[in-house]
Each structure stands twice: as C-alpha cells, then as structure tokens.
Design a protein around this ligand. Structure first.
Ligand code: TK8
Length: 335
C-alpha cells in the first residue's frame, strides 16, 4: 500500500515536472545562418543541430538553416544577431576580433599542434573565458566547432619557399592578425569576406587564399586555384553564436535544449571534419590541384616569420590570457 502510494506520488510529481517543462518551451522559429555550402562540414553539422533541437523540444523549436551566406557574410550576420534581427549563426572566430579583441588568440599562427590540443584549450577555461567576453557585446557563444588547420592555395605559381609569396595577392580574413601575418611573409594581403571569395578568385581580383582542405573542397576552390601548399599555419575555430537579445528572453528549458544540441553538433562536427580532412588532399589532387609540401627548412623559415607576430597578439589579447593559454597548452602536452 505504502509502495503504491509512493509510486503514485512519484508519477504525479513527474507529470507535473513534465508539464512545467513543456510550458517552458514555446514554439520558436530560429533563423540559423552560415557561410559555407549545405554540402560541407559546416552544413552537415548545422543540419544535425537543427534535428537535435526539434527532437529535444518535441518539435516546438524549429531551426531554419540558411547556408551559403544567404543571410550575409559572417560580419553582417553578427550585426543581425546583436540587433536581434536573427537568432543564431556559426562562423569564424577571426571575424569577431573587431567586436571582441580576445578572439585574436585563436588566430595565433602555430598555436596548436593538433586537434586534441585545440579541443582541450577551446573546451577548457581559456576557451570559455574568451567566449564569455562576447556577452557584453550582445552575443552569446555556445560552442566551438572545428574549421581546421589552414593551408595556402594560389593560382600564380607553386609556393615552395618564402620568396614565392612575394607580391601574391592573397585574400585574408578580416582582421589585423591575418593581415600582419601574411604581410610579414611578403604577400600582398587583402581582407575580404568569405562570401566574396570565390568570385574574387575566379575574376583574379586576388591570386590566392588560405583555408582548411575541407573548405577548399566544399567551396570548389579547386576550380579556380591550381596550387596548394601544405602549410598548416594556423588552426581556425568556428563558433556557434546566439543573439543575446533573443537568448535573454528564453526559458532555462529552452536554453538547455539549445546548449545540449550545440554540444552534440560540436562532437559530430569535429569527427566529421577530421574524417573528411584525412581524405581531402588526395581528392584535391584528383581534382587537378598541384600539391606542394614545404621542405623542413622552408617550413621553419615560414614558422619563424609567423611566430614573430606572437608578441603583438599577446599584447592585444592581454598578457594574462596569453600566459593562461600557454599554461593550458603545457598541461595538455605534459599529460
Ligand atoms: C565562412 C568563413 C570561413 C573562414 C574564412 O563563413 O572566412 O575563410 O574560414 O569558414 O567563416
């Protein structure tokens, strides 16, 4: 009898909790913008995020995924989020440096040696701290996804040594770290939004660009670029963002749905990206690109030039944050 009562009481409690939770989730349409094609690592992960949100909210919260920069470039979407005209997006942390200077940390050439180091620092206290800085600017960062290690392509000549970069018109992402880095290598660095890149390459407004293998494939840069040099000069993250204006009006339950789905999408995305990257080079070769590896001596020369920008990045993001990052890296490397 006692047991029966207890079970009944528990049932009532669970039902009440379920109802309270259900009431806490309202029908919502979430416009989620991204820059790459639907058929890309970015597009696939946005799709998974959308499915997870719908599932966990019992179909109440729906994600309208809009790719190929149809809602605008990274920078334009960030402004739409800040103003509350768009709910969510994913894009490069590099394009956020104008809003939150600490984001420049992730543009540090050769900061990470591999994906495991990147995951540990981005998902750890340093990554969280940098992400949290966005809040005072009207953005909420949810998780970091992998864009990947960046490699150089161009249409002028094979780049096998530093001097080959001289005078190459190279599109870079829109921030001063990328600009300074490539200027220091002798390139004629030109900042452009990603959404304008394919056309700029096609019309030869620029000679080259740098992005991970995955993007060179999914954005079909191999159609307009002949030479690829394996440089792995920087690891770039993407970041999933929400409009703070909008986020502040969500219930705890709704935020939990979004955060849980974001974590699931992150884990899926990193695995998918790494699997694709492992096969991408041979695919790019098959598509007709000429792949150049740098000799160890040339790789070192490039590395030395690029690490010379480290001091100015440390100044920009703050010496404390820089030291914390180095300590976090030492910890991953030591253990
Ligand atoms: C896509 C960009 C892209 C980035 C770039 O919107 O701009 O080169 O690598 O992934 O964020």
């Amino acid at each position: 009898m006692k047991l029966k009562l207890a079970v009944a009481a528990l049932g009532v409690a669970l039902l009440a909790a379920g109802q309270a939770w259900a009431q806490d989730i309202k029908p919502r349409m979430i416009r989620f913008g991204y820059g790459l094609n639907e058929d890309s690592n970015q597009g696939r992960a946005v799709k998974l995020f959308a499915q997870e949100v719908e599932k966990a909210s019992g179909g109440k919260m729906r994600v309208r995924a809009i790719g190929a920069a149809a809602l605008g470039s990274d920078v334009q979407m960030q402004q739409a989020l800040i103003g509350g005209a768009q709910e969510m997006m994913v894009g490069s942390t590099a394009t956020l440096v104008g809003i939150t200077k600490e984001m420049a940390l992730w543009d540090t050439p050769f900061l990470f040696n591999n994906g495991a180091e990147a995951d540990a620092v981005l998902d750890g206290p340093v990554g969280q701290k940098v992400m949290d800085k966005l809040q005072e600017k009207g953005l909420v960062g949810l998780v970091y996804w992998e864009n990947g290690f960046r490699n150089l392509t161009n249409n002028k000549q094979p780049v096998t040594k530093l001097e080959d970069l001289n005078g190459i018109k190279l599109r870079v992402m829109q921030n001063n770290v990328f600009l300074d880095s490539f200027k220091s290598l002798g390139a004629n660095a030109i900042p452009l939004p990603f959404s304008e890149l394919f056309t700029a390459l096609e019309t030869r407004a620029v000679d080259g660009q740098e992005n991970p293998y995955n993007t060179i494939l999914s954005s079909k840069f191999y159609e307009v670029q002949k030479y690829l040099t394996v440089t792995n000069h920087v690891y770039s993250p993407w970041i999933v963002l929400a409009s703070k204006k909008w986020w502040d009006g969500l219930s705890q339950a709704e935020r939990k749905v979004l955060l849980d789905a974001a974590v699931k999408s992150r884990d899926f995305e990193r695995k998918d990206t790494r699997e694709e990257a492992a096969k991408a080079l041979s695919e790019l070769r098959a598509k007709g690109m000429q792949i150049n590896e740098l000799s160890p001596a040339e790789a070192n020369r490039m590395r030395e030039k690029l690490t010379a920008v480290h001091a100015s990045i440390a100044d920009q993001v703050g010496r404390d944050l820089w030291a914390e990052t180095q300590a976090a890296l030492a910890k991953v490397r030591g253990g």
